[in-house]
Design a protein around this ligand. Structure first.
Ligand SMILES: Nc1nc2c(c(=O)[nH]1)N[C@H]1C(S)=C(S)[C@@H](COP(=O)(O)OP(=O)(O)OC[C@H]3O[C@@H](n4cnc5c(=O)[nH]c(N)nc54)[C@H](O)[C@@H]3O)O[C@H]1N2
Ligand SMILES: Nc1nc2c(c(=O)[nH]1)N[C@H]1C(S)=C(S)[C@@H](COP(=O)(O)OP(=O)(O)OC[C@H]3O[C@@H](n4cnc5c(=O)[nH]c(N)nc54)[C@H](O)[C@@H]3O)O[C@H]1N2
Ligand code: SF4
Ligand SMILES: [Mo]
Length: 679
């Protein structure tokens, strides 16, 4: 019997959020409703522990403000006046408007804009991709999260391949580098805590002494955007003091001799001048790293949200090779591990359905600019799994773009988000617990399957179902649009061109619930870099216009404002998800600005004062948290707060939309601001 038909019981589920941990869940159902979301103790990595955010997920699923039926706008854009319509009317309106646009200016005047509000492979990159490929719309370059760092790591290692996190329990040294893991990767912290009982040490390198910094045995504050220099300083000492593993370097890397010469220039005094990390600490860290085995580095997303983020990750990712840690159980690094679970993406997304192979590509970090660009304008945008009016940089430009009267905007979401406020049509989305889908973690090595546990809320529909309806309205005849979710999953896990993943059947997947990538296959024997080795020197980078060896380049000077501003994520929201849920807001209290007491004193700012934060792009108001948790010259906010009448905490109005050095990545953390006390 399908789970949805059973009124009471406990059913397996997957956390759908954009979080590396991808926990296994158990949903407790009574009288047909979910009454409790708990961790699934059978999940080999997450083992029944989940975060507070998702423990309160039932509030979100049954929130009184959840969208139940399609809406059409009857007021001004942004005003929030809508009227209920039927699904038939909604789909017909989209069909008619898009048909006109395609006739007038071609399909590329339509832009899909989605991200990973639901990490399900079908929800985020299944029927949607098939449909937009077939329609021939513009292509969205999905760069907002980890594009720069993933590219940097790719140059060194050939893909998102790192340590099996389960093995890190054997490690003796954890370096959490630019990652607020207590909030963003709690099970990696749990593994580190376990290892700590066996003598492991935990080092945290961050611009903010947040929850993760406070847990460290040693917290190293660093100036924003200078991590590459610190890594080069460590390399300098590893080579100078003969701590490098020469055998490993010879067998498994290219370019170690060149690197050895190259890093002579990054002596500890020079590096201290760049990073703000004292010379003696650079020596201490390098010796700790050079002399401890196994050692493990968790490379965060935060440190790559900078102008030089790609190169920073590229540089740090060379470190485990210098000390031969890739051969040690529990040693190495993780930036991301998604490549171990790469499935049959072509079968799922069907790029072959696209006739206009050279369609224009729009970098999602530049959505504000793109919507305001008058040359070959975007005339319609379809937003799903994302909330760009809050999460995208240069937020004021983004909103100005969405205000355009001639832009036909459709937003599919569970809530009337800030972005939905600008929509012409709003479509209600099911929650992931109402869908069939499968999930592949970007940190641990397990795929998981989701079967629907409850019926769709109101008239809400899943992402794949909306695209099935649209395909039908457009009269697309291909079988690809008739296929069921089960068929899509089967196609995705068949003929996978990935040595770490064996084909499985849908039935086996359902029976097992968790399927692990096969790590008995040696990473070092399968590196998909051009040389088949770890590339300390990369000819490919040279061809792409980068220095072939890890090199420090400062972030771009962002105007004459005194502070570097880091608008980071917070503990109780997930990006902007939960920022509209009462319990999560109560837990987070209010949006703060952490600043150093010396800087605060100069401006007569005291703890708890409301401050105005501004630059040439925008302004917002936050509550000062004064102390020693950030270095002078740095201010840090936490959380992507929703628009509320009593807060003006739109931090992304201040963030730059310059693209990072690699992958078209985001530079949220390379902006500068000024701060004053509000009278
Ligand atoms: N609770 C919670 N969990 C989340 C999210 C959330 O919003 N809330 N978001 C999810 C998503 S989409 C992602 S991508 C991940 C992100 O999670 P993480 O990988 O942890 O990345 P961030 O939280 O962006 O930033 C991590 C840290 O980088 C620091 N930082 C900023 N600039 C620098 C720098 O130049 N150098 C160094 N060393 N540190 C720097 C910040 O102070 C912050 O503590 O978390 C996921 N999980
Ligand atoms: N200042 C600053 N800005 C940042 C960051 C930062 O650290 N600092 N982090 C950046 C990063 S790393 C990321 S990944 C982005 C994330 O940005 P987004 O991907 O926009 O993430 P969310 O804000 O969580 O919005 C996800 C939306 O998807 C909706 N949703 C959930 N499930 C479904 C579904 O099944 N179907 C549909 N149609 N909708 C669904 C949710 O209700 C929610 O409104 O933000 C970026 N923005
Ligand atoms: S948000 Fe992350 S830690 Fe929380 S339940 Fe989901 S996967 Fe687990
Ligand atoms: Mo992200």
């Amino acid at each position: 019997m399908a789970f949805t038909e059973e009124k009471d019981g406990i059913f397996p589920a997957v956390c759908p959020l954009d979080c590396p941990d991808q926990c296994g869940l158990l949903l407790h159902k009574k009288d047909g409703k979910i009454i409790k979301v708990a961790g699934n103790p059978d999940h080999p990595v997450t083992q029944g522990n989940i975060c507070n955010k998702v423990r309160h997920m039932t509030d979100r699923i049954y929130d009184k403000n959840r969208l139940q039926y399609p809406l059409k706008r009857v007021g001004r854009k942004g005003e929030g006046k809508f009227e209920r319509i039927s699904w038939d009317e909604a789909i017909q309106t989209i069909k008619d408007r898009w048909t006109d646009l395609i006739e007038q200016t071609g399909p590329e005047s339509i832009l899909p804009y989605g991200f990973y509000g639901n990490m399900g492979r079908l929800s985020a990159e299944g029927m949607d991709r098939r449909f937009f490929n077939r329609l021939g719309t513009s292509i969205q370059d999905q760069t907002i999260c980890s594009a720069a760092g993933s590219k940097g790591y790719y140059y060194t290692m050939g893909g998102s391949f790192g340590t099996d996190p389960e093995e890190t329990v054997h490690s003796k040294l954890f370096i959490f580098w630019g990652v607020n893991a207590v909030s963003t990767n709690m099970h990696q912290v749990a593994l580190a805590q376990k290892a700590r009982k066996n003598g492991a040490e935990i080092v945290v390198i961050d611009v903010h002494k947040n929850q993760t910094g406070r847990l460290a045995d040693w917290f190293i504050p660093i100036l924003p955007g200078t991590d590459g220099a610190l890594a080069l300083g460590i390399m300098h000492i590893l080579f100078a003091e003969n701590m490098a593993d020469n055998e490993f370097l010879k067998e498994y890397t290219v370019g170690h001799d060149a690197l050895r010469q190259h890093v002579i220039q990054y002596d500890p005094a020079t590096v201290a001048g760049i990073t703000g990390v004292p010379v003696e600490d650079i020596y201490r860290l390098a010796r700790m790293y050079g002399q401890t085995s196994p050692s493990f580095i968790r490379i965060g997303n935060g440190l790559q949200h900078h102008d030089n983020g790609g190169m920073a990750v590229r540089t740090i990712s060379c470190l485990p090779a210098l000390t031969g840690q890739w051969k040690v159980k529990g040693g190495g690094a993780i930036k991301g591990n998604s490549s171990f679970l790469s499935h049959n993406v072509n079968a799922l997304q069907r790029p072959d359905l696209r006739k206009n192979r050279n369609s224009r590509v729009i970098n999602m970090n530049l959505i504000g600019q793109a919507l305001l660009d008058k040359r070959e304008p975007i005339r319609s945008i379809y937003v799903y799994n994302s909330n760009p009016a809050i999460v995208a940089p240069e937020g004021n430009k983004v909103r100005k773009g969405f205000e355009r009267d001639d832009l036909f905007t459709v937003v599919h979401d569970l809530f009337l988000t800030e972005t939905a406020m600008y929509a012409d049509l709003v479509l209600p989305a099911t929650s992931s617990f109402e869908n069939t889908d499968f999930y592949t973690s970007y940190w641990h090595h397990y795929m998981q399957i989701q079967q629907p546990v409850i019926e769709p809320f109101g008239e809400s529909k899943s992402n794949p179902d909306v695209f099935r309806l649209l395909a039908k309205a457009f009269g697309f005849q291909e079988e690809a649009f008739e296929q069921t979710d089960e068929q899509l999953i089967q196609q995705s896990i068949t003929d996978v061109n990935n040595p770490y993943l064996k084909d499985v059947s849908y039935e086996t997947f359902v029976e097992k619930q968790f399927i692990k990538a096969d790590r008995s296959i040696g990473l070092l024997d399968n590196l998909p870099t051009p040389s088949g080795k770890i590339e300390l020197y990369s000819e490919q980078m040279e061809r792409d216009g980068f220095p072939p060896l890890p090199t420090y380049t400062p972030i771009i000077h962002d105007g004459d404002f005194p502070f570097l501003f880091i608008p980071a994520p917070n503990h109780n929201f997930l990006n902007s998800t939960f920022s509209n849920n009462e319990k999560h807001i109560t837990l987070e209290k209010f949006p703060r600005l952490h600043m150093n007491e010396a800087d605060a004193a100069k401006r007569s700012i005291e703890n708890g004062d409301t401050v105005r934060v501004w630059n040439g792009r925008g302004e917002c108001e936050l509550v000062a948290a004064v102390g020693e948790n950030v270095l002078p010259g740095v201010v840090v906010s936490q959380g992507l707060w929703a628009d509320m009448p009593h807060t003006k905490s739109f931090v992304n109005s201040l963030a730059p939309d310059r693209v990072a050095d690699m992958g078209g990545g985001a530079t949220f953390f390379s902006g500068r601001v000024d701060v004053e006390k509000l009278k």
